[in-house]
Write a protein that binds this ligand. Structure first.
Ligand SMILES: [Zn+2]
Length: 80
């Protein structure tokens, strides 16, 4: 018998996890645009499926804008 059982548990990814997406947010202080390209700026040891705060930088007022995000990983090992 060969069987694979999946569990819904968090997975901690590596030191430098690059995700091909750009997060853009309106700065609550000045109304400017803050953004970060996660294809270039990596997430460090992110955990999957659990919300966490992420900083994107507002160039206008030179301050971070905090945004709550969640990294969803859909990775499945299957018998071939
Ligand atoms: Zn700003």
């Amino acid at each position: 018998m060969i069987e694979l059982k999946h569990r819904d548990e968090q997975i901690e990814l590596g030191k430098r996890t690059y995700v091909p997406c750009t997060l853009t947010a309106t700065c609550p202080r000045c109304g400017g645009v803050a953004s970060k390209d996660f294809g270039k700026a990596y997430l460090s040891y992110p955990c999957t499926n659990s919300p966490f705060e992420c900083s994107v930088w507002c160039e206008s007022c030179d301050e971070p804008v905090e945004v709550k995000v969640k990294l969803v990983l859909r990775l499945r090992l299957e018998l071939a």
